[in-house]
Design a binder for this molecule. Structure first.
Ligand SMILES: Nc1ncnc2c1ncn2[C@@H]1O[C@H](COP(=O)(O)OP(=O)(O)OP(=O)(O)O)[C@@H](O)[C@H]1O
Ligand SMILES: [Mg+2]
Ligand SMILES: [Zn+2]
Length: 335
């Protein structure tokens, strides 16, 4: 039986596919209204095509071949004329094509007889209520803005010789590299550490975006929500097949992003789930990005040794530095 989430996404796909087709049609009609010669040429092409068809039916072999050739040439000429007319107004044929969100499956959800990766991801977004996945359209490697990071080193404040700009440039590179090495067993996981507003969630979204572009599946959750969900699952009576699948996905998706580690209120059930996620995914070689406001020392104090040792041993720790971008943005808006 198909789940409710599946039916919902399917309906959304039907809608957006039809919408894209409708928009394309409207766009073409508007262009034709403004440039009637295009409509004229298109009508001429259709007319010649019909003539060509008639000629095929009505004439004997000899005249047919000649007639056919003549008409085909005529169609070609008209097509060239059409292309030229389009070009004069700065368009190409492609501009009349529907703009699908997914070029691969053309928003059908199916690709080469299987569920398209975009559809799989939409299912995950739906069942994990990943509303932030809408944000990744704005927060990606293309929109990453270095303007918020100072080029002045401040050793006293940050404890390193590099400026925030240099440091963040290196971190961005590492993150980009990581997003293209999700299948590489040599590639370590990433732990983003740093105070509030330095762009940890932003960069995690960049990675999610890049991964999804490659057809990878991604779950993004904050630690408190993820761990609550997992503990709820463990204590739930009458688990449905859906519940089981959803829980399983946490261990199986290509990339799991756990944001805001350290903001959850911990108890032994959550410790055990957190350990379970990290350990199982490490064993399977499935990548993780974890972000936290905690320092390494604080992680050591807060979590059990077996969690701490994995976070330190199997993750590259990227320490974000700079000034709170939320504050900087407010200042800019006021100025
Ligand atoms: N590189 C960047 N380019 C443009 N905007 C950015 C960049 N990094 C962060 N921002 C913006 O700055 C704000 C704070 O960033 P973000 O939420 O990623 O911080 P954070 O480190 O996750 O903070 P917290 O620890 O509080 O969760 C957001 O509005 C985000 O969109
Ligand atoms: Mg954040
Ligand atoms: Zn698709």
């Amino acid at each position: 039986m198909q789940s409710e989430a599946y039916r919902k996404i399917e309906a959304e796909y039907d809608y957006k596919r039809q919408q894209a087709q409708k928009d394309a049609k409207t766009f073409k009609e508007n262009v034709y209204d403004e440039h009637p010669q295009l409509a004229q040429i298109e009508a001429d092409i259709a007319k010649v095509a019909i003539e060509s068809m008639k000629a095929r039916i009505n004439s004997d072999d000899n005249t047919r071949a000649k007639e056919q050739e003549k008409l085909e040439k005529k169609i070609e000429e008209l097509q060239v004329e059409y292309d030229k007319a389009l070009k004069r107004i700065g368009l190409t044929l492609e501009d009349f094509e529907p703009k699908y969100e997914c070029e691969k499956c053309k928003d059908t959800g199916m690709y080469k007889d299987a569920m398209c990766s975009c559809f799989k991801q939409a299912l995950i977004n739906e069942s994990f209520k990943q509303s932030n996945m809408l944000k990744i359209k704005d927060e990606n490697f293309e929109t990453f803005d270095f303007g918020y990071y100072s080029s002045n080193p401040d050793k006293e404040k940050y404890g390193i010789d590099k400026s925030p700009l240099e440091k963040m440039d290196a971190i961005r590179k590492q993150a980009y590299d990581f997003s293209h090495k999700l299948d590489d067993p040599e590639q370590k996981n990433l732990l983003f550490s740093g105070t509030t507003g330095l762009g940890k969630t932003f960069l995690a979204n960049c990675i999610a975006n890049e991964a999804i572009k490659q057809g990878k599946s991604v779950i993004y959750q904050t630690a408190p929500i993820l761990l609550d969900k997992m503990v709820d699952y463990q204590f739930k009576y009458n688990k449905t097949e859906n519940d089981r699948e959803e829980y399983q996905k946490i261990f199986e998706v290509d990339l799991l992003i756990i944001d805001d580690l350290g903001t959850e209120t911990m108890n032994s059930a959550k410790f055990s789930e957190l350990f379970n996620i990290i350990n199982t995914r490490l064993l399977k070689g499935k990548k993780m990005v974890i972000s936290t406001n905690l320092t390494t020392q604080e992680i050591k104090n807060l979590y059990e040794e077996r969690i701490f040792s994995r976070l330190v041993g199997d993750f590259s720790i990227l320490r974000f530095i700079g000034e709170d971008i939320r504050v900087l943005k407010k200042k800019i808006n006021k100025a």
